[in-house]
Design a binder for this molecule. Structure first.
Ligand code: SF4
Ligand code: FE2
Length: 637
């Protein structure tokens, strides 16, 4: 029997439809996988060469080394750092794609794109040390793109990636430099991990783990440039009110779900949907075209355009069971291959668009920046055609939706604060932290994972921290969870924020003309936009003349699953943040690796991992970490 395991009420409505159609939900697929491989869960299975697979006996009764002699520590460390490298590769490919598009736009022009936020581009250029005087916007775009691309090309080991020193506090950079974890080249950091984990190479778990941290710092580099260049091209998010959850689908519209990560595709589809709205009406969809988002593409278009969010990671294929999605257009990352199966059970056109991200069974329309308008037109028309084939009797849209105030880029937060103190915008925030009205800041990031009731851990940890007056930032599918469950509303501030936090949010919200508080969870964007939280923390650190590792700032990924999330968590640790992971990492078969990541890391970086599957305990531990930081700064606890 098909079922769901989610606190999202839409899922309970849709699971029986999966049953009727004879398809498994993600939770069914998980159940069929049980019991999962115990060696894999501990991380002690190695398939790095064809003498293997080898696995270490965790009980000490069988092999304690692989055939080559690799210990559990080496096997686990190699497996882990390959995950970090894959995460870094994924985010950085995204960043490279944006940078190449910006370069192309600046040099030759691209019909579908422009520099929409010239002020942001100028600010970025200035930060990168580019002389803006006398240069056109497009010339600046090329220079910004070139410096960004150089972070993928530089071969001088002594010259670290430019975006690192241009975005992090000098004292943090100095600490990371001493630890030897600052990459000089994003691609080289990834390649280095692949090379040193080849059979018969680096066999020292500490040395391996440091290389993994370097790859994670490369991940950060790719992300920060992705965010900053995306803002320049597509606009820097500002607060906007929208809706989230599957109730945003419309029965009388052509519903196009944009899913994946990179705004280069989704932005153009949004533009094209507006242009072709009349064609949809002519096809019988009286409400025209309704674009909705899923996962991080959803976050990108939600932040910049107020496009409603349909759902987050774990329920992406379930969304098709509504029978109301005419086209699901995907690009890269976190796209379950199952959507093709779900689409084939309905009239839904599942359209892949990237040459290196195809799905067997899905339609492929290859997208490139050069012919973006033509391809976007083709894609939107495919969706309109699909609408004509929609069976109204199979439409079942759960009426769940919540209001969400989103769009809290660093710039938007600083702007809101400047309405309280125009001279020194960060001062109100710093004062609130110093006085203890805000005890600290928590960044929520990451995915969903079938091993946890969907969205439950997010909601539990966040409520615990809000009640303790911790300011909350969110990105990625964590932000999606909070948006779906009404945590981005003013009412949520009234209900969940502790008294002193509520006071600060109300003062800033009122000054910003919201006639009430800011929402208690600030949506900062997609996964690459975790860099925004670092920007904010770095601004605070610089204002206080402190290292990031001294601030009362913590990170939490209560429901993570992807290699990208592992990379993000790892750079969060390196930057100095106590970082909670709510899924037991696949490292526990190597006590030495666990020791390094949960304890030794604290000595080297200030940050460390907190693996904790109980969300209430996780919140307590995170709060204790915040108090420890406050003590360190001589602040009240
Ligand atoms: Fe086994 Fe070593 Fe080969 Fe891994 S690298 S599969 S531990 S022989
Ligand atoms: Fe994401």
């Amino acid at each position: 029997m098909s079922h769901s395991n989610s606190i999202d009420k839409s899922m309970a409505i849709l699971a029986p439809i999966a049953e009727q159609n004879g398809i498994d939900t993600p939770w069914d697929r998980y159940e069929k996988m049980l019991p999962q491989c115990g060696f894999g869960e501990l991380g002690v299975c190695c398939r790095i060469c064809w003498k293997g697979p080898c696995r270490i006996d965790p009980f000490g009764n069988g092999p304690d080394r692989g055939i080559c002699g690799a210990t559990a520590e080496v096997i686990v460390a190699r497996n882990l750092i390959r995950m970090q490298a894959a995460g870094a590769a994924a985010h950085s490919e995204h960043g490279r794609h944006i940078a190449l598009a910006m370069k192309h736009l600046g040099e030759k022009g691209l019909d579908a794109y422009a520099i929409k936020d010239e002020a942001k581009l100028k600010g970025v250029a200035e930060r990168l040390g580019i002389e803006a005087e006398g240069k056109t916007t497009l010339e600046l775009a090329v220079e910004v793109a070139d410096i960004s691309l150089n972070d993928f090309m530089n071969q001088d080991h002594h010259k670290e990636c430019t975006w690192l020193s241009k975005s992090l506090p000098p004292v943090t950079i100095e600490r990371l430099r001493k630890a030897g974890v600052l990459p000089h080249n994003i691609d080289a950091a990834v390649a280095n991990v692949m090379a040193r984990t080849h059979v018969g190479c680096d066999s020292d778990h500490v040395n391996l783990l440091l290389a993994g941290i370097r790859a994670a710092m490369a991940d950060y580099t790719g992300m920060v440039l992705a965010t900053e260049l995306s803002d320049s091209m597509f606009g820097t998010p500002k607060p906007v009110i929208t809706k989230a959850n599957l109730g945003v689908l419309k029965e009388d519209a052509v519903n196009i779900a944009l899913h994946g990560h990179n705004p280069l595709l989704s932005e153009v589809i949004c533009d094209m949907a507006m242009l072709l709205n009349d064609e949809a009406i002519a096809a019988g969809a009286s409400a025209g075209i309704n674009v909705v988002g899923i996962c991080c593409t959803g976050n990108e278009v939600m932040m910049r355009r107020g496009v409603p969010l349909a759902t987050n990671y774990l329920s992406q294929d379930m969304a098709i069971l509504t029978g109301a999605i005419d086209g699901m257009v995907v690009d890269v990352q976190c796209i379950m291959p199952s959507i093709a199966t779900f689409g084939s059970c309905f009239h839904t056109e599942v359209i892949t668009t990237m040459p290196d991200n195809k799905i067997t069974g899905a339609r492929h329309v290859e997208f490139s920046e050069k012919d973006a308008l033509d391809r976007a037109r083709e894609i939107v028309r495919i969706c309109i055609d699909a609408y004509r084939k929609r069976d109204p009797h199979r439409v079942n849209i759960p009426q769940q939706k919540e209001t969400a105030i989103v769009g809290f880029s660093t710039e938007a937060i600083v702007e809101a604060l400047s309405l309280v103190n125009a001279e020194d915008p960060l001062k109100p925030l710093i004062d609130a932290i110093v006085s203890g009205d805000i005890k600290g800041v928590a960044l929520f990031a990451g995915c969903n994972n079938v091993k946890i009731k969907q969205d439950h851990a997010y909601m539990t940890v966040v409520k615990e921290l809000l009640a303790r007056n911790v300011l909350v930032l969110a990105t990625g599918c964590g932000a999606g969870a909070f948006a779906k469950h009404g945590m981005m509303t003013q009412e949520a501030t009234e209900e969940f924020a502790g008294e002193s936090l509520k006071g600060v949010l109300t003062a800033v919200g009122t000054a910003a003309g919201l006639e009430g508080p800011l929402p208690p969870v600030m949506h900062m964007g997609s996964c690459v936009d975790n860099s925004r939280a670092v920007m904010l923390a770095s601004a605070l650190a610089k204002a206080l003349d402190k290292d990031l590792s001294e601030l009362p700032v913590v990170a939490s990924a209560p429901e993570l699953m992807s290699e990208k999330a592992v990379a993000i968590g790892s750079w969060a640790v390196a930057l100095g943040f106590p970082t909670h992971v709510g899924i037991m990492p696949q490292i526990t078969g190597a006590p030495g690796v666990v020791e390094v990541l949960t304890k030794t890391a604290k000595d080297i970086f200030g940050g460390y991992f907190i693996p904790e599957t109980d969300p209430v305990k996780a919140a307590e531990t995170l709060y204790d970490a915040i108090l420890e930081r406050r003590k360190g700064l001589g602040l009240s606890v």
